[in-house]
Write a protein of this length. Structure first.
Ligand code: NAD
Length: 485
């Protein structure tokens, strides 16, 4: 293997092609996604159909036997080299991510940094056989066998991290992997595929772009063994249904409506500085953003006033604005959905603590909306019940612990939940009563490549990341050895 610096240079402003069997290829039809900060069309990308899918799946299937035979250490070396090659292209990737996702520089750099760390830390993980019984007569163990061809279906909000977070565990555990990015954000994925083609054997990592008809071609394909899907709950249900036809292995990372419960004993000024960004990060377009904020009635007014000041300090601006903290909503479809929720403000007479419905004079190019807090709306209002996935959040009042637990759990969603208090024992006890795949005390965003991430209830099935995530890319095998005949 040569040095990373000797690899061919990647062009981040043209030549966006599929990566199939380590070759770059286009399709008869192309399409363009939109820069959400400017509403301008970005570069043409392939529109893959059945022939491209069949070709990629065949290449992945052909690459699987040799890839599976490598040791964990050998596969880890490829992943580490891939991380180095990504790092060598960081600037180009960051500029592209800012454009396609509408991310201010801090957010784009943060996503790429975490994606790199994710690959490097994942490379340290190993799946060992688990010996259950070993005596003179017999040995019984549990083994984890890669499933074969895996496909990662990824949404538009974290186009790099959510793809890389599937790729690393999938290929490390011995599978081959096809990455299907969202049609709204295909650019960084295609370039990450081009970089992967410089590192991995052909067919091990491939990327296919397309329109909304592409996902179902994978979920129904007979030679795909596993789908790891991240996206909305509504699409997740369709994916599950489609996978049933060929009994695929399935991980679903779906929507959230995370509750944060703030107790009366917190230092308000300190906690608002943490909760403000955790509610509005990426303009509310993170599955695990705080989406329902329950504040104890004793500190409600003081907390809300302080939170409003924090939110007012967030600068809203496009991908190119170095001072911006909040960017636009990522696409016109989501923009229309979130604007519809904003229009309920006047219809339902919701009290606005900061922000509000955009007025005519706010209109500028780009899918921008003012960060907005709704002050104590009814529990059955749309802003409490639905996942907004935009920069608007309800703040709600609570008094009684049993009651707030019941309200926080009164949803089909169950991605994350947090409790904030100086009394750690009380907070931990309360947090353990919340129905969610991740619970946090005095935080809401702790993540690690070693710790699984996923949802309960309609927020998902199975988990990605860590040893638990890697086991999700494997079939479990029971192995019995009789020591005498
Ligand atoms: P989406 O469900 O519309 O699309 C997700 C992906 O699925 C895209 O790549 C899309 O092209 C593809 N797709 C669409 N229809 C398909 C079908 N029938 N079969 C197969 N694939 C299909 O979601 P989105 O709007 O891109 O993302 C926003 C949602 O994702 C939010 O609900 C958010 O909470 C959720 N999300 C969850 C997590 C998590 O880890 N739990 C992380 C990020 C986002």
């Amino acid at each position: 293997m040569g040095s990373i610096t000797d690899l061919p240079k990647i062009d981040f402003t043209s030549n966006f092609q599929n990566i199939i069997g380590n070759a770059l290829s286009s399709t008869p039809e192309t399409r363009q996604a939109v820069d959400p900060s400017t509403e301008e069309l970005l570069y043409p990308v392939p529109v893959s159909k059945q022939p491209e899918v069949d070709k990629a799946v065949s290449a992945a299937k052909a690459a699987f036997p040799a890839w599976r035979e490598l040791s964990f250490d050998e596969r880890a070396q490829y992943i580490l080299r891939y991380a180095d090659a990504i790092e060598a292209n960081l600037f180009g990737l960051q500029e592209l991510l800012m454009k396609e996702a509408g991310k201010p520089v801090s957010n784009a750099a943060g996503e790429l940094g975490f994606a790199l760390a994710h690959l490097r830390e994942t490379a340290k993980l190993r799946l060992e056989d688990e010996v259950i019984e070993d005596n003179e007569e017999r040995k019984a163990s549990v083994r984890y066998i890669p499933v074969g061809v895996g496909v990662g279906i990824v949404p538009w909000n974290y186009p790099v991290l959510l793809g890389v977070g599937k790729l690393g565990p999938a290929v490390l555990s011995g599978n081959t992997f096809i990455w299907k990015p969202s049609p709204y954000s295909p650019y960084t994925a295609l370039k990450l595929g081009e970089i992967a083609a410089q590192i991995f054997p052909p067919g091990v990592v491939q990327v296919l772009s397309g329109d909304e008809s592409l996902g179902p071609l994978f979920t129904t394909h007979p030679d795909v063994a596993k789908i790891s899907f991240t996206g909305s709950t509504a699409t997740g249900k369709k994916v599950m249904q489609a996978c049933a036809g060929t009994l695929k292995r399935l991980t679903l990372e779906l929507g959230g409506n995370d509750a944060a419960v703030v107790c009366e004993d917190v230092d308000v000024e300190k906690v608002v500085q943490k909760i403000g960004p955790m509610a509005f990060m990426h303009s509310g377009q993170i599955c695990m953003d705080i989406k329902r904020l329950y504040i104890h009635e004793k500190i409600y007014d003081q907390f809300l006033a302080a939170l409003v000041q924090v939110v007012k300090s967030f600068k809203v601006g496009g991908g190119g604005d170095p001072e911006a903290f909040l960017g636009p909503v990522q696409n016109s479809m989501q923009f229309a959905k979130v604007k519809d929720l904003y229009s309920e403000i006047s219809k339902q007479n919701w009290q606005v603590a900061v922000g509000g419905e955009p007025v005519g004079s706010d209109k500028r190019k780009g899918f921008f909306l003012p960060p907005t807090i709704i002050d104590n709306p009814p529990d059955d209002s749309r802003i409490v019940v639905e996942e907004p996935f935009g920069p608007i959040m309800p703040v709600l009042k609570w008094r009684d612990e049993d009651d707030v637990v019941k309200r926080a759990n009164n949803t089909n969603m169950g991605l994350g939940a947090s409790v904030w208090s100086n009394d750690i024992a009380r907070a931990e006890k309360l947090a353990k009563r919340l129905e969610a795949g991740s619970i946090w005390v005095n935080s809401h965003f702790e993540l690690s490549p070693y710790v699984p991430f996923g949802g309960h209830k309609w927020s998902g099935v199975g988990m990605d990341w860590g040893i638990v995530g890697m086991k999700g890319w494997c079939n479990t095998q029971a192995s019995w050895v009789r020591k005498t005949i």
